[in-house]
Design a protein around this ligand. Structure first.
Ligand SMILES: NC(=O)c1ccc[n+]([C@@H]2O[C@H](COP(=O)([O-])OP(=O)(O)OC[C@H]3O[C@@H](n4cnc5c(N)ncnc54)[C@H](OP(=O)(O)O)[C@@H]3O)[C@@H](O)[C@H]2O)c1
Length: 300
């Protein structure tokens, strides 16, 4: 069997490792693009010089972790958050456009931060991304960087918070919740668009494998919940109480208001186009998703 090569920028991260594992179980061979090149990973310099080889699909998951609490929200760190997304996406798009042996599809995972946080507005993929905050503006620039020429398909997945035991929000929350110190963030009334990591990787694979899929997809589960509802589901899955709220002003003080808004503000986002394409979720409700990922020890 001839294996098809999938090139993944940032494939060493939380989502990338899950995706690589999922793809490698079928007829794909994964090569990452990493700042630490290895037997299975090429460098960003190689991409900049145009050598992406013969790839069936290219995916970008690279990006400096925004919620790295060891890093202060300084101008330099913000620049890093921006550049690691915009420049890597631009480099991959330029290499694809230059290539004589083009991939079929370029999939870029951005965020629902593209939509302005609101407790009243409702967004689907046809809603405009007109927000004025740092993350809305970043998403606009990030997605604009993904410009590839036809016939290469471009699929942009605006992901919600990705739930999985070994990364992202769950990894940060598991210990405090396990010790009964969890609770809603801010008012708890803000929406929390979410997706289980397995469904996000299945959606990326769906985008790679289905020629009719293109454009923006909201990478969120169809069930819309608030932060308070998530807190209850997560605590229930861990059999712990979750009575200790983290007040918004404390989060603003600790993390900087601009960054804390990722937790204290939210958007009502539905995956209209994803459902129209016929994608089937494995985790379409938050109780099932939390049951899978809310346990102290990772499975691996
Ligand atoms: N996790 C979520 O809840 C979530 C939600 C919405 C959107 N997203 C987006 O999805 C993408 C992947 O998320 P993730 O949770 O898998 O992130 P992650 O675990 O932090 O991994 C991202 C990867 O990006 C690379 N990277 C980090 N800093 C970089 C820099 N300064 N320059 C270039 N590359 C850098 C790293 O690869 P190397 O060390 O190998 O270079 C890292 O493994 C990110 O762009 C993120 O914004 C994530």
């Amino acid at each position: 069997m001839a294996f098809k090569k999938i090139l993944i920028g940032g494939g060493t991260g939380f989502i990338g490792q899950h995706l690589g594992e999922m793809l490698s179980k079928t007829n794909y061979r994964v090569v990452n693009v990493s700042r630490m090149p290895s037997a299975n990973a090429i460098s960003w310099t190689a991409v900049e010089s145009g050598s992406i080889g013969h790839a069936h699909a290219v995916v970008n998951l690279a990006g400096q972790q925004t919620m790295d609490f060891t890093r202060r929200w300084t101008a330099g760190f913000k620049q890093n958050v921006r550049n690691s997304r915009v420049f890597t996406t631009k480099s991959l798009a330029a290499a694809i456009n230059k290539s004589n042996d083009k991939p079929k599809v370029f999939v870029v995972v951005t965020g629902v931060g593209a939509y302005e946080p609101s407790e009243t507005k409702k967004y689907n993929e046809s809603s405009p991304s007109t927000g004025k905050d740092f993350f809305s503006r970043l998403c606009v620039e990030w997605e604009a960087a993904a410009k590839v020429d036809p016939p290469v398909r471009l699929v942009i997945i605006r992901s919600g918070v990705v739930l999985g035991r070994d990364g992202g929000m769950v990894k940060n929350m598991i210990l405090p919740f396990f010790f009964g110190l969890g609770g809603p963030l801010g008012s708890g009334k803000q929406y929390l668009p979410w997706i289980h990591v397995e469904d996000l990787c299945r959606l990326i694979t769906f985008a790679i494998e289905n020629d009719e899929v293109n454009g923006i997809l909201n990478g969120v589960a169809p069930q819309v919940i608030t932060n308070g509802e998530f807190t209850q589901a997560f605590a229930k899955a861990l059999s712990r109480p979750a009575f200790l709220p983290a007040p918004e002003f404390v989060l603003n003080l600790l993390l900087n208001e601009e960054r804390a808004m990722l937790m204290t503000k939210g958007q009502h986002v539905t995956p209209k186009r994803v459902l129209d394409y016929g994608f089937k979720y494995k985790y379409d409700n938050i109780d099932a998703a939390c049951k899978e990922c809310a346990h102290l020890f990772p499975n691996k």
